[in-house]
Design a binder for this molecule. Structure first.
Ligand SMILES: Cc1cc2nc3c(=O)[nH]c(=O)nc-3n(C[C@H](O)[C@H](O)[C@H](O)COP(=O)(O)O)c2cc1C
Ligand code: SF4
Ligand code: SF4
Length: 253
């Protein structure tokens, strides 16, 4: 078994690593592969994909990356989606992805983790985020034990509004909101390069020691949330908000 994950601010990595430990599987970081533009050939028949939820579906960059790689050995695929609220009808697209990849769809598990989308929503403070992760642990462990037994994950309760969000709002969301235009940097910047190193799409370069954003952004929030001096803002939306990333939390085992 293999657990493959993509993570902007650490939630999905946390879910992946906890799951991998329980099911005794290797854990592979897709963000590093995407960033380095490396191909990957999966060796396992059973794969668990762990991702954040972006507009009620798995992130587009993950789906695109998987479709560009050799996944012919995979026979069964489980999906674990970390989210701040809910995953809508993501299952429909995960099932379609399995059809394209020629493997059996083994279900989608929703795991509520701290919201990280500081460019758009309120995010929990540190204490609240720690409580959310603590609550998520039980869910992760339950999904992992089903996966360990090669069982399908139970279907989520999904209604018409979920369909609208995943089918109609998702493409509009990418078109209208997912742009790097809103990022700015202030005088606190110490030219450390963390934003450059954290960007999965290599969309940032330092010009005269300050970050400059290009046009290839997936709104993962890594640049803004990992800046050690909080020198990055997203329009006015991020002002005064906790820079959420899982490393900022004190988590119990
Ligand atoms: C671009 C973007 C879109 C998001 N869309 C959703 C969503 O549709 N539903 C939801 O519940 N959370 C949404 N979130 C919140 C994240 O899915 C959630 O915080 C996730 O656990 C972050 O995972 P990561 O730390 O591994 O990147 C979104 C976050 C971002 C950055
Ligand atoms: S992470 Fe922050 S301090 Fe470091 S270069 Fe980027 S903006 Fe500047
Ligand atoms: S520019 Fe920032 S938000 Fe956009 S993909 Fe890169 S790290 Fe993520």
């Amino acid at each position: 078994m293999e657990v493959i994950y993509y993570s902007g601010t650490g939630n999905s990595r946390y879910v992946a690593q906890r799951t991998a430990k329980i099911i005794n599987a290797e854990c592979i970081d897709l963000k590093a592969l995407i960033k380095d533009n490396k191909k990957f050939s999966f060796n396992s028949e059973d794969v668990v994909l762990v991702t954040p939820t972006y507009a009620w579906r798995i992130p587009k960059i993950v789906e695109n990356y998987l479709l560009e790689n050799d996944l012919s050995k995979i026979k069964r695929m489980w999906f674990l989606m970390s989210c701040g609220d809910e995953i809508g009808k993501a299952s429909r697209y995960n099932e379609k992805l399995c059809e394209k990849l020629g493997c059996e769809y083994m279900g989608t598990g929703q795991i509520n983790m701290p919201e990280n989308y500081i460019a758009m929503f309120e995010v929990p403070d540190k204490q609240e985020a720690e409580k959310i992760v603590e609550r998520a642990n039980e869910k992760i462990d339950n999904f992992a034990s089903l996966i360990a037994d090669r069982k399908k994950l139970p279907a989520n309760k999904e209604g018409f509004s979920d369909l609208v969000k995943s089918v109609i709002v998702n493409p509009l969301f990418y078109k209208v909101f997912v742009k790097a235009d809103g990022f700015t940097v202030n005088e606190k910047c110490v030219s450390c390069g963390s934003c450059v190193n954290n960007c999965p799409l290599n969309n940032i370069e330092l010009k005269d020691g300050k970050p400059s954003w290009g046009n290839n952004c997936t709104h993962c929030m890594a640049c803004i949330c990992y800046c050690p001096v909080e020198a990055i803002e997203y329009k006015n939306a991020s002002r005064g908000k906790f820079r959420y990333r899982i490393e900022a939390l004190d988590l119990k085992e």
